[in-house]
Design a protein around this ligand. Sequence first.
Ligand code: PBG
Length: 324
Amino acid sequence: MFPVQRPRRLRQTETLRTLVRESRISTDQLIYPIFVRPGQGVKEPISSMPGIFQWSVDTLTDHLTEVFSLGVHSFLFFGIPSHKDSQGSEAYSPDGIVQVALEAVKERLPKAVLIADLCLCEYTDHGHCGILRDNDVDNDMTIELLARTAVVQARAGATVVAPSDMMDGRVKHIRQALDQSGLTQVPIMSYAAKYASGFYGPFRDAAENAPTFGDRRAYQMDPANRYEAIKEVLLDLEEGADMLIVKPAMPYLDILAEVKKSVNVPVAAYQVSGEYSMIKAAAQRGWVEEERVVEESLIGIRRAGADMIITYFAPEYARWHSGK
Ligand code: PBG
């Protein structure tokens, strides 16, 4: 009888569909980004990212304790400092906001994986990801400060450091600095293929890091480039990266698939602020079903090759799946 092959046979019931499902997501693979600022009792909504807040160390610690209990065990730290300057000095000050938060969260949740985003843009008064010379980010001066920041973050309790600046040679420099400080066990998760993307828009409200002039196209990647992503990831691996990040996620699934095929280290994809806010905004208007499109966006990222997903939806996803 025609046809012999009937793919619909395996789609008949949810149990059967679950049995033959090719990709799955576990909350263990999700990384939840958080924003911490000075103060006490702070839970400041970010208007362009409904459901996401800036926290102070005390409220953050409580919030992450709850998220941890839902099964999300890894967190990515961003800081909003009390003071910004041309050198981004609060990034590498031992009492900088992220360092204080890392210490507190580590004490409360010793088993959590605490990933410190490593960049100067939240800490510089001009909002660029490094130190300026003649209105341009000076690569080699910047990586000195990044290396210093990595050591301070690791000493404060970061399990992993994650450079997101896109300077050349920074992974090598950071590895050397960590090793020289006896921090040989601290892995580097490098934002290796990070594109100059409009999808970071809402993050600029959340982290208060918009550049005061120009943009980041002279250091982040051109969205049109695919082969260059492989060049970037291979360079970072050669320099000592332990894990890689592709960012953003949804408009770059081809890059993710290609990167995953080209390397033998764990690969993360970052579902960035704009991806989050677009889904939230459409769901608020009733134009899409939130839970369904979040699931679909995350499974698409997994299917394309991500071992880990950095997503602002992590706590919600975990709540939907834990029945809490
Ligand atoms: C900082 C940094 C940015 C993001 C993560 N780290 C902003 C940028 O590069 O402009 C964006 C994350 C998001 O949009 O969710 N270097």
